[in-house]
Write a new protein. Sequence first.
Lengths: 116, 116
Amino acid sequence: AQKITQTQPGMFVQEKEAVTLDCTYDTSDQSYGLFWYKQPSSGEMIFLIYQGSYDEQNATEGRYSLNFQKARKSANLVISASQLGDSAMYFCAMREAWNQGGKLIFGQGTELSVKP
Amino acid sequence: EAGVAQSPRYKIIEKRQSVAFWCNPISGHATLYWYQQILGQGPKLLIQFQNNGVVDDSQLPKDRFSAERLKGVDSTLKIQPAKLEDSAVYLCASSLRQTSGANVLTFGAGSRLTVL
């Protein structure tokens, strides 16, 4: 079974508008962490934002925020005021059993294109 | 702070040949990871080291892949003999602590392998 599902292979957004990238996850653990990474065409994975399963507030980092809905097992990334440089692949990832060194599992990714 | 260094960036080989990739993590990072990213997919963990010990190598094809992290610093991933399906980007990542929920992985730029 897929642990991390990203149902949008590709997304388009107009520059300066907001966009939401979807992510759902599957786990029976109570303690887990959710991550979003950006991968531009250069190939390097860049960490964007983290949400712990016990965090009550949604995580925010600058223009990035994570819409965490625990009951629905979703962790959508919201990018506000899109910029041309936001065009990239975006990966949602989860770590289960983090206190035992659980590995980071990635979804299939969503390719975001920002239009001028 | 210097990032995760990987080499070579690109490698083209014939099937059944061998190849080796090198990774130097961020100084002080105890945990090192090798991920395989096939085109159009999310990264998949091959092996995880804590210092110079293996934590998880459950998805490493051990008949052809090997990895070592002597002295707990830099690491080498080897493929011998290579198959066509090994064509992928090999990403190295490191992190400060293994047993932490917010354990952020820092990735290198990757080594792109093409097997002909």
